[in-house]
Design a protein around this ligand. Structure first.
Ligand SMILES: [Zn+2]
Ligand SMILES: [Zn+2]
Length: 234
């Protein structure tokens, strides 16, 4: 019996499972709420947000710092939004498990290529926010992805060095300024990403400014391709 197995039993005793969508007892996501989840109908280019097949970055939009594609299958509303909020503000990341299962299923159904030797990197939190919150929900889902596909998880190479203001209410160019120099590849860990293909993972893709900023830092450090994954698209 592993410690995490025991932990789960203890957690189940003290925190019985309720559906995050409708509060029904039994699981974190009941069948009715699961049926309510909306999936993104057409993928977009991460730079201009206009339709693009398979979420590939348009040739005309790409620079040497932009990611190669973005994949975020679910729409950030209804039960998806409730679960992600729940995980973030009530420090109960296990509620993300059913969403992660759906995400893995979508990856398979959509035939998304991950690359055999890709390194999975979660979007990091600023250390102050990390201490405040106690965990990084993106790290939790990134770990699940890495386990499922037997890929390397790297949570140390990329750091968030600027504690950003909320992006809400900012115009597009203000968002870009807000995200300038936010991430940094730790110099003594550059070799862990140089020449590598990276899967950047976050829970929600909102303005894409976060992904673009993290991607710039990683590409400056010499990584090859970057695929941005998020559970949901806002
Ligand atoms: Zn429900
Ligand atoms: Zn584009």
């Amino acid at each position: 019996m592993t410690l995490s197995f025991l932990m789960n039993i203890v957690l189940d005793l003290f925190f019985p499972k309720f559906c995050c969508g409708c509060k029904k007892y039994g699981s974190f996501l009941c069948d009715d709420c699961e049926a309510d989840i909306k999936y993104v109908e057409s993928s977009v280019c991460i730079v201009c947000q206009k339709p693009s097949s398979s979420g590939l970055t348009h040739i005309g939009c790409a620079t040497k710092y932009t990611p190669e594609k973005i994949y975020s299958p679910m729409v950030y509303k209804g039960p998806v939004k409730k679960i992600i909020h729940w995980a973030k503000y009530r420090k109960a990341y296990r509620v993300l498990d059913p969403l992660m299962e759906l995400f893995l299923l979508s990856l398979e159904e959509d035939g998304v290529e991950l690359g055999e030797r890709s390194v999975v990197i979660p979007i990091p939190l600023h250390w102050r926010k990390f201490i405040n919150r106690g965990f990084n929900q993106s790290e939790y889902i990134a770990q699940k992805l890495a386990e499922e596909y037997k890929l390397v998880l790297n949570v140390k190479a990329l750091s968030k060095v600027k504690n950003t203001k909320s992006q809400v209410g900012l115009k597009k160019n203000q968002r870009k300024d807000n995200m300038e120099g936010v991430f940094r590849v730790n110099p003594w860990r550059e070799k862990e990403v140089r020449g590598k293909d990276i899967i950047l993972f976050d829970d929600v893709a909102t303005s894409h400014a976060t992904f673009l900023s993290a991607s710039k830092s990683l590409k400056k450090a010499g990584c090859r391709y970057i695929y941005c994954f998020a559970l949901a698209k806002d």
